[in-house]
Design a protein around this ligand. Structure first.
Ligand SMILES: Cc1cc2nc3c(=O)[nH]c(=O)nc-3n(C[C@H](O)[C@H](O)[C@H](O)COP(=O)(O)OP(=O)(O)OC[C@H]3O[C@@H](n4cnc5c(N)ncnc54)[C@H](O)[C@@H]3O)c2cc1C
Length: 457
């Protein structure tokens, strides 16, 4: 391993985690980042007593790696679990917010689904396996019925992917859900029988994992990793191509700001979004480049509004609410940010983060800021009885937000996997493979680091 070097391109949480684990194992690693800051989509803004997350608002503790890293980085005191009320989530139906039932009794009396839809669930264990790849909509309709698709899964899918259940592949986007059917023959059977296995892997199912953030916001985490890596991260480096020389080493070509960079390495990790990675590899792998180009990233806007606490027309007693497509509204949902974590709003104020756009309504995310604020304000009035105008507003827009694991995604990834096999030393580690959640990106970074260490050995 001595003398072998690794270059990681992209200092979002995927690239940072990969570099962190390589560095910890004593590898010679350099991270090249386009922007002047690390963290990629994980950014926090603090202004006038408000704490605004412009990307992820929290993370789920799905792996012990998260705690381990945070402890090692010396930011354990910053870690904060979401308020206990975060388990309470609402779903809009008929213009009203209904709590998502958390107990069998609450489920039976819930107004979210009709009696027939509830009865239909009893038949779930005897529904057979799908003959071919299915969308989430097909999978859920077949196993649970249309009403559960519309008023449980559809809003959940837009909460996670800002995606469309009719296009997302259940196998690629929710592999663990798909595995319940594949392995155990059904969701209910799988949830019961699979619990022991998860315990052994020390991983937590997303519905069981606790939600956390940091006192200073989500950016605390990438910032701490970047601090640890120090001068091993070079900012303002626009990687424009990757080449492989006859000696098997990689040459990293830089656009602006490339002076003094070690442009050669034995291993290169592309920890950039698919639309950036495809440009870097196009000249030597048109097939993998095409596969990456086909991954869509619809736009999302995060509209953060601050209000006087007394202007709330209802209790902010939970995580917030999700909006099913069937309800025909212009927003995907709202997180009651100041109810979840401390320090999100000044004294006597509340913070509401509303998401718009995604696969469902991409055009809404592209509206100008004023229109977006007006639209969200009027939706909050209608859905939450909010009175008055916001006292603070900030719009964060991601033109290409979250990769969609649509039907056929697995085949695209097989092509990408194939390139990694054909070109030892080249790795992809980004949220278009292995999950989009922060915890998934960290697990992927650790796994990629392990694979690299094996290759170098
Ligand atoms: C609006 C929004 C809300 C979200 N909410 C949540 C949430 O609440 N919880 C959760 O778990 N997840 C959430 N996610 C998902 C999660 O934040 C992301 O999946 C994750 O942060 C992606 O990390 P990454 O490192 O794979 O990619 P990125 O964060 O995109 O990082 C890629 C990095 O590569 C750099 N780069 C790109 N091109 C080049 C180049 N040519 N040369 C050099 N560098 C380059 C970029 O500047 C960037 O820093 C959310 C995502 C979005 C967009």
């Amino acid at each position: 391993m001595a003398g072998k070097s690794v270059i990681v391109v992209g200092a979002g949480i995927s690239g940072l985690s990969t570099a962190y684990f390589l560095d910890r194992a004593g590898s010679d690693v350099t991270l090249l980042e386009l922007e002047a800051v690390s963290g990629g989509t994980m950014q926090t803004v603090r202004e006038d007593g408000w704490l605004v997350e412009t990307g992820p608002t929290s993370s789920l503790e799905t792996t012990p790696l998260l705690r381990e890293m945070v402890k090692e980085l010396g930011i354990g005191d910053e870690w904060v679990y979401a308020d206990a009320s975060a388990d309470k989530r609402y779903i809009l139906r008929g213009g009203k917010l209904h709590p998502l039932p958390m107990t069998p009794l609450a489920f039976l009396v819930s107004g979210l689904w009709g009696g027939r839809a509830k009865l239909r669930l009893l038949g779930e264990p005897i529904v057979g396996r799908a003959p071919a790849e299915e969308s989430i909509a097909q999978f859920v309709t077949r196993r649970l019925g249309k009403e559960f698709l519309d008023y449980a899964i559809d809003p959940f899918v837009s909460g996670v992917y800002a995606g469309d259940p009719a296009r997302l592949s259940v196998r690629a986007a929710f592999p663990k859900l798909y595995a319940l059917e594949e392995k155990y023959g059904g969701l209910m059977k799988g949830m019961i029988l699979g619990a022991g296995e998860r315990r052994q892997r020390a991983e937590k199912a997303k519905d069981k994992a606790r939600m956390f953030s940091f006192r200073g916001g989500m950016q605390t985490f990438p910032r701490a990793i970047a601090r640890r890596l120090g001068a091993k991260i070079r900012y303002g480096c626009d990687v424009v191509a990757v080449e492989r020389g006859a000696d098997g080493r990689f040459r990293i070509l830089l656009g602006r700001g490339g002076g003094g960079i070690p442009a050669e390495s034995d291993v290169v990790v592309l920890a950039v979004p698919a639309y950036a990675a495809e440009l870097l590899i196009r000249h030597f792998s048109p097939a993998a480049s095409d596969a990456l180009r086909r991954i869509s990233y619809p736009p999302v806007a995060e509209v953060f509004l601050g209000y006087r606490a007394e202007d709330m027309g209802r209790a902010l007693d939970g995580f917030g609410y999700l909006v099913p497509a069937k309800e025909g509204r212009s927003i995907l949902g709202t997180i009651w940010s100041s109810s979840l974590f401390p320090g999100r709003a000044p004294e006597g104020r509340v913070a509401l983060t509303t998401f718009v756009g995604g696969s469902r309504q991409p055009q809404i995310a592209r509206k100008n800021e004023e229109d977006l604020i007006r639209l969200v304000t009027s939706e909050l009035r209608a859905l939450m009885n909010v009175r008055g105008d916001p006292v603070y507003a900030r719009v964060s827009r991601w033109e290409r937000a979250i990769p969609q694991y649509n039907l056929g995604h697995q085949e695209l990834m097989t092509t990408v996997d194939g390139l990694e096999t054909d070109m030892p030393g080249l790795f992809f580690c980004s949220n278009f493979r292995g999950g989009i959640a922060v915890g998934d990106c960290v697990m992927n970074g650790e796994k990629t680091a392990r694979r690299i260490l094996e290759t170098l050995r």
